[in-house]
Ligand binder design. Sequence first.
Ligand SMILES: [Zn+2]
Length: 180
Amino acid sequence: MAFDPGARALNLPAVAPQGLSLSGQTEVSELGRLLEELEELEELEVSTAPPIVWQANLQWRQAAGASAQLWLHLRAQAGLPLACQRCLRPVVEAVEIDRWFRFVESEEVALAQDDDCEEDLLVMSPQFDLLHLLEDELLLDLPLVPMHGRCPDSLPALDQPEAVKPNPFAVLAGLKDKAP
Ligand SMILES: [Zn+2]
């Protein structure tokens, strides 16, 4: 499913009083910076990645003694193909986003309020790029050390008990040596 180009240029001040609900699916290949992070892998792997499924809810909330504030609830699920840091083969890592943001009128206000509030702040814009924000969040949540739970076709490794179990005959020999 192709993404809605409108998600790249949302007119936030014009969002109706009841808010706005958007959802979509975005191919990894549409997000250039994310794609760069995945470039360790062959192109084939990236092109077979499932699309990123996202949902965005914009809603105005009346704050006491202040004008209404616009909030965004962004949720997304992605399975991103990364290079396993042990075997270097592709491993699909699940990344989930579930975050709230509040819009403020300017960069100055965002800087001034950032330390005093728990929520993340964004600057109001008549051409807000929702997919750019989605990409930012996915980049922040990428696993630092992607790794298979168990690498495919790996050599018998140290974590296999058989490999470290001592040979019973060697144990016997050791007992004999210790005998009086
Ligand atoms: Zn691996």
